[in-house]
Design a protein around this ligand. Sequence first.
Ligand code: FRU
Length: 470
Amino acid sequence: MVKPDYRLTYHLTPEYGWMNDPNGFVHINGEYHLFYQHYPYKPVWGPMHWGHAVSRDLIHWEYLPIALAPDEEFDAGGCFSGSAIVVDGELVLMYTGHVVTGPDNTMDYKQAQGLAYSKDGQTFKKYVNNPVIGYDLIPSGVSQRDFRDPKVFHHDGQYYVVLGSNDTQGNGLILLYRSDDLKQWTFVNILAKSDGTFGDNWECPDLFHLGDKDVLMFSPQRMPAQGNEYTNLHSTMYMVGKFDSKAGTFTTERFAQVDHGFDFYAPQSTIDSKGRRIVIGWMDMWESDMPTQDGHHWAGAMSLPREMVLDGDRILFRPIEEIEASRCNVFEITDVAFSGKQTVDTIGDCYELEVEFEAGQTKTFGLKLRVNEATGQETVLTYQTAEGLLSLDRNHSGIGPGGERKAAVPLMDGKLALRIFVDKSSIEVFAGNGETVMTARIYPDQESRGIILFSEGKNRVVSLRKWDIQ
Ligand code: FRU
């Protein structure tokens, strides 16, 4: 049995065992299907299966039977990440078959792409002629090993797929393929490639139209930090620009980080029947300690689904509105002037908190969450007014990895607005209108539930509202 401590309540976690990347995110017949990289036997990464869950509101999920297991020659080492597409009412999955080819499983492997079909949305049949994008379709000058994470989409009457790889010289890249029937594929072009500053291998690419632009989103591995940006071992980024499907090119106008916290990786998006572009990410990070691996029998979680809205040449990320239906027990204070420390008269470990500060002349201010003053546990959000920086500090959060992340968040009319989601072992902070998001896993004791405001100098809380999420 999984242990209940740290188990999230309104985020998707594996029923048992391990979870990483979101896969096959799709909206069909009024339901959102979300698949995920899954090892069902232990809370560790192992030969990958596709776990499967379904939801009507993106908050309450029902587990379905495992969709894919490694049982073919071309996927014997695992069914790696991929995506879904609906063709004539049928759900089609496209995924990477991973094969280990020698004694060193970090070096000796090959990857190719296969299909699986489902008529009922529950049971999947792998295509008999898999792989459909085989080893022979990898262009020269590109890794013959890292060739994975197909994101399939329909565009101008044809199917396209983007795949992640590298040039074997330390530069991540994205490959573009085209097909009429999902079975016969031709290589079009290298759609985008690192110039040496964007990491040595790119994983989980996604390409979609948003507003009047195109967006390329991906997860660069080992991308060097740029100041306060891209400070995790592996990052997530998006490029806003123009996709030319005929030429197979992407012209970038602007790029930015998707999430500025510690734990957000391999995001995948889908579009729903309301026309919303929704993204969800794995709310963990490779090579970062996961305390629930130790005796809890589960590890890994998904982020809150976020709606993406284009604003000029940047993307705003907003928690999907369905979460508001789960709010209860409202607590509210308005117009509170304070300096120093101010304890808020409510507690919790599973809530949404919306707060607006008026910075005034205050040098630094912020709030502490999941506080236990007796033990010193706290997760701290600090705003430095002169620098315009918001920081998330989990050095005293509890067990698990510590550290601090900082992001540029300009004040709006002298005010800082934050929407914060806390769920047992996670925190997600949306600043302003969704210009900046910071996500982290934290592992405080159950007793660490306090909320404290602090300010160096006179500050005013315009309003603070908190709802338990049930
Ligand atoms: C990203 C990733 C993918 C791969 C999968 C394997 O987190 O490394 O590139 O398909 O995880 O589980």
